[in-house]
Design a protein around this ligand. Structure first.
Ligand code: TNX
Length: 509
């Protein structure tokens, strides 16, 4: 009877299911959430409008519509004049009026008839729509109406990042990963607001980026990988495509060419580089620390100049990573001399140099950045030089460490890192003064992983926790609370076909 009554009544007033905005599982957790205990009814009468004068906002609106289409199969018009009935609107506004301390800050106001997303920049708006994507339920509510409704709980979210640098590194040298694989990883990372993708493009086992002036690097050096498979490399067009795809998600690509150690594949391609008069064999094992460039030869620096120039020209981001780790067969003085000279080359090509923590031993500029992975002593030196530090301690932040003794993939030289250990540490209190911390990064080395499923198994779910350590303020981070929110990520991960490790510590939804 009730059903009939409603149907007769043309446009029934539907009691909205009351959900509490504060109870929705968001990762990373926003700075501030205020629930108002009502809901916005997302439905087929919803439209998206964005600021048109400010650049990028239109694209952010379209990105949101595309993702909602994929999630709930609803077509939402973006900036369209329409004769259709529009009952509810999502506005994505460029706004200078609010105090937004970083370009990535945003504010989200969810009312019954409108959602207003304010941000200073399209980048901020992009971070904001990731939150909105998480707020839209997977399934519509069964109501008496004929139309489906996806209720978004009402309230206000005020949010901005804890660190401006929130990185993930992928080693495409030990095993090569296709452009498609990298894009999938980018997509998943950007959903959790990670904004830096560091690509480890060269190592002893492979050279993965086409350099036009030195073609044998990829012809020879790109032909192998760990374990004897055939390797691979990115053409410059491929690399540009990765950069473009990342940029569309407001993610910066950081290219790394690891030197003077980790250079067997380069020297196998151009034997003059190692200076010992021998042509090295291509290498498919897992040892580290056996190769070096000849640091006292000018031609080595002209080679590096070409490599840094070609890569920098294709890289819009401000950084170039020169590796610098584990140069065990380079004499200390030679190492210092080398890092100093490479820094000049990197600067000449307009980039800011990053290197693994060992580079703090050179006489570099305070503008260079040390990525702390192992040595406390090096980290201290970096701080003394007033350098910025990327916090990536292997014991806590290495995605290639095994979860426990039963994990088949991965390594454990820095220990086992179960999902709780990965989350329960404080980068802000790990020994580097706050003012020196640029941000955090979770590296994924690929000696033991050969395809995207294996990549996903080690990265997920831990990288989701690293996104929260980087984005959310310490007061908002708490394992008991986080683990529930993590369990709620299962439908998303499954929909995205992610082969995540189903840790028993988590109650997966
Ligand atoms: C150490 S971390 C390395 C890499 C290996 C990794 C394996 C770092 C700067 N160097 O060459 O792939 O361990 O976990």
């Amino acid at each position: 009877i009730l059903v009939l009554a409603c149907q007769e009544n043309q446009k029934p007033r539907i009691p909205m299911p009351v959900t509490n905005l504060s109870d929705i599982s968001l990762i990373p957790k926003p700075t501030k959430t205020i629930a108002t205990n009502s809901a916005f009814a997302l439905d087929q009468f919803t439209a998206i409008y964005t600021s048109k004068s400010a650049t990028g906002f239109d694209k952010v609106g379209k990105f949101l519509a595309e993702k909602l289409k994929a999630k709930i199969n609803l077509d939402i018009p973006v900036n369209q004049e329409t004769t259709n009935t529009i009952d509810r609107v999502i506005y994505i506004n460029q706004s200078d009026s609010i105090v937004l301390e970083t370009p990535e800050a945003y504010q989200l106001y969810i009312n019954q008839d409108s959602i207003i997303l304010n941000a200073n920049t399209a980048e901020g708006a992009f971070r904001g729509i990731q939150t909105l994507r998480q707020l839209v339920p997977d399934v519509s509510t069964d109501t008496l109406a004929e139309q489906k409704i996806w209720p978004v709980p009402s309230g206000k979210i005020i949010d901005s990042p804890n660190f401006g640098y929130r990185g993930a590194m992928l080693d495409v040298a030990r095993h090569f990963f296709s452009v498609e694989d990298v894009k999938k990883y980018i997509d998943l990372l950007s959903y959790y607001k990670i904004n830096m993708l560091h690509l480890h493009l060269s190592d002893d086992q492979g050279w993965r980026i086409e350099i036009k002036s030195w073609p044998k690097l990829t012809e020879i050096g790109g032909s192998t990988e760990v374990g004897g498979e055939s390797g691979g490399f990115y053409t410059q067009e491929d690399y540009k495509e990765i950069v473009r795809y990342a940029q569309e998600r407001y993610m910066t690509v950081i290219p790394e060419i690891d030197m003077p150690g980790h250079t067997n594949s380069a020297s196998a391609s151009y034997p003059f580089l190692n200076g010992n008069g021998k042509t090295p064999e291509l290498y498919e094992g897992m040892r580290v620390g056996f190769s070096t460039f000849d640091t006292r030869k000018d031609t080595v620096y002209s080679f590096i100049d070409d490599v840094v120039r070609e890569i920098s020209e294709m890289t819009p981001g401000p950084y170039f990573h020169m590796g610098g780790d584990e140069s065990h067969v380079t004499k200390k003085n030679d190492y210092i001399y080398f890092v100093n000279r490479v820094e000049k080359i990197v600067q000449k090509h307009g980039k800011r140099m990053i290197g693994w923590d060992e580079i703090a031993n050179a006489d570099i500029d305070s503008n260079a950045i040390a990525q702390w992975w192992a040595s406390e002593e090096n980290a201290k030196k970096a701080v003394e030089k007033n350098m910025k530090v990327i916090v990536s301690p292997a014991k806590k932040a290495y995605l290639d460490m095994q979860y426990d003794t039963l994990t088949k993939l991965g390594l454990h030289w820095a220990g086992y890192i179960p999902v709780d250990t990965a989350y329960q540490w404080t980068p802000e209190e790990y020994g580097i003064p706050m003012e020196n911390i640029l941000g955090t990064e979770a590296p994924l080395w690929s000696e033991t992983i050969t395809n995207i499923e294996e990549l996903e198994y080690l990265a997920f779910p831990r990288v989701i926790g690293y996104s929260e350590l980087a984005w959310s303020i310490p007061e908002n981070r708490n394992w008991e609370d986080y683990k529930v929110r993590l369990g709620d990520q299962a439908p998303f991960l499954e929909r995205m076909n992610v082969n995540y490790y189903p840790s028993k510590l988590i109650d997966w939804k």
